[in-house]
Design a protein around this ligand. Sequence first.
Ligand code: IMP
Length: 435
Amino acid sequence: MPGIVVVGAQWGDEGKGKVVDLLTQQADIVARFQGGNNAGHTVMFEDKTFVVHLIPSGVFWENKIAVLGNGVVVDPAALLDEVAQLRKAGVRVEDNLKVSDAANVVMPYHKAFDQFREALRGPGKIGTTGRGIGPAYEDKMARRGVRFSDFNPRMEKPFRVRLEQILEEKNFLLRNHFRSEEKPFVLDEVYERFRSLYARVEPYLCDTPALLNDALDAGKTVLFEGAQGTGLDVDHGTYPYVTSSSTTAGGACTGCGIGPTHITKVIGIAKAYTTRVGEGPFPTELAGTAIGEFLQKRGQEIGATTGRVRRCGWFDAVLVRESVRLNGMTAMAVMKLDVLDSLETLKIAVGYKDEEGNTYDRIPHWMGSYPDRLTPVYEEMPGWNTTIRGISRYEDLPANTRAYLERISELCGVPLMLVSTGPRREETIMLEGMS
Ligand code: IMP
């Protein structure tokens, strides 16, 4: 009963889409367990590049089931748009897509709250994607969330009563707290609009915990696809500069309704350097430097969801070592290694220090509150000064490239299972199979 979890080891955008796409060959089901359309997974399919925000990248494979688990927050209009776009491009999205009827729905007021809250935070803003993800999770936890099953016509009467209370509170806050001048949300309009969206999503809805548990019990392989990264986890990330869900491996259990005993492997994905979108601490950031700009351009580091330029910096072994622990990572994939091809010298953060000279080998929990207090302690390694683009056998890599990878693996305390040397499926070095 192999349950394999794939998580981001940094602050998201590590290249999970490519790894999940590759590993899907050996899986029966690919399931997302958290986040929403704040994510953006880039996948190459038949020589075309696709960015999927909600639907698991497993949908690109024939005979695989793609699942959106109960822990995902779903904007139904965004989901239907994505289905339409994929279909137009010739990707089959029919009964191979299953959406949890217990998943919380991202409502229009969530987007409004996300944008107003960010504006009120001023310079302390988080830099959210503005998709309403945080407010949707807030409501879920506060037990005033809306789930797909609520729109079932048989639930109309009690649900309308609950929705009316919810809208009354939202309208009050929008008008009196956020000083919104927009028209208030009207019960009938909101209900009817979402009832019709529900009708279009209904063919995909099912009891996904039952589906996944049955599959695991029958010996099928399920790949649990994480979104964002460990540094953005609501408990373990650089709080408050985080997303609002559990991006770490434990989230796969709650977000899909499966027990931890089903998880047999946890694969962490890290870029060969570090990037971050939005605000928050980033000790190895190379802002305003030629190397930072080089990484951004060569790595095409532009947010897949918001189009924002990603902040870039050196590989941070403190962050990734912490991810290895928090996820119980069994193996790691290193992505975009070829981006470093022409650099003379490479740096890896092996620790941090503060202004008083104290050193840290782990991320202190206050780092998010004092973003600029810590500076990295670096170790330097020589670059390889040649192109490794497309190399698919480990022994064909230059000695300096192998030394860099081996040092990362040693510092982070995890074996490597895959190295990516380009965006295409075949531009990959597989070091270990999935079984
Ligand atoms: P939210 O998830 O929209 O609330 O944004 C919270 C933080 O997470 C912001 O810093 C976002 O830039 C970041 N974030 C959310 N989704 C992603 C992602 O898929 N990749 C990278 N960063 C993300």
